[in-house]
Design a protein around this ligand. Structure first.
Ligand SMILES: Cc1ncc(COP(=O)(O)O)c(C=O)c1O
Length: 221
């Protein structure tokens, strides 16, 4: 088994990238969920931001160091990873804060509907934030955490939003994003995808031709 793994490592065209991460010799770290390892480039960049841009540039750095443009500049660089166009991706808060804003926005866009559907096996903080936002909707909104595979039966004209995670953080199961989104849109609801374990890990295509409404939010740590 170990020999097989080492042979596959030798064939891996991305194997040399391991050297860019600060990991102890021999440490096998597979947790991409919550916190990945530090990469050397980000350590250097964080120090530059603090010691030069912040310490010396002070408030001027919003303009002189380009901080103001970072959400869109970095978003444009990440866009190809999810098949989006320049100007369509923003780097902003943590995923949970972004989901809160998008859930709030989606509920405001469907004021006549009272149900949000999510997956009972969804990431825990996604389940907490959807409950919290439903409670703050200013009208009665019920969150239904359903069993995977039963979505079609649950969709009706009272569903405002469906919020799912594309790749399951435990099992790696990947949902059929295009088919599910089309189903949800056909029912008149909005679709919100958490791409935490998809962006940069599996092919994602958020092309304008296929998608007409809410897009996804994602991070990679
Ligand atoms: C699937 C999924 N959703 C949401 C989150 C929460 O992300 P954040 O800490 O950026 O709010 C995580 C964190 O690992 C995650 O794996």
């Amino acid at each position: 088994m170990r020999d097989d793994c080492e042979r596959l490592d030798d064939l891996d065209e991305l194997a040399s990238l391991r050297g860019e991460f600060r990991l102890k010799e021999g440490e096998i770290y597979l947790d991409g969920n919550s916190l990945g390892p530090v990469c050397e480039a980000s350590s250097e960049r964080v120090n530059e931001v603090i010691d030069v841009e912040w310490a010396q540039g002070l408030v001027r750095s919003w303009n002189t160091a380009g901080w103001m443009q970072e959400p869109t500049r970095l978003g444009d660089r990440l866009a190809p990873l999810v098949g989006a166009q320049p100007g369509e991706v923003l780097v902003a808060d943590t995923l949970t804060f972004l989901l809160a804003k998008l859930i709030g926005g989606a509920l405001a866009l469907r004021p006549e509907r009272h149900v949000v559907i999510t997956d009972q096996a969804n990431f825990h903080s996604d389940l907490y934030i959807v409950q919290a936002m439903a409670a703050r909707a200013g009208r009665p909104v019920t969150v239904k955490a359903i069993e995977r595979g039963t979505l079609r039966d649950e969709l009706n004209d009272d569903v405002a939003l469906v919020m799912l995670t594309h790749v399951d953080f435990r099992s790696g199961e990947m949902l059929d994003m295009k088919r599910i989104t089309e189903q949800v849109h056909a029912s008149g609801a909005l679709m919100l995808w958490d791409l935490a374990h998809s962006t940069g890990a599996v092919p994602v295509d958020l092309t304008r031709a296929t998608w007409t409404s809410r897009r996804g939010a994602g991070t990679s740590t």
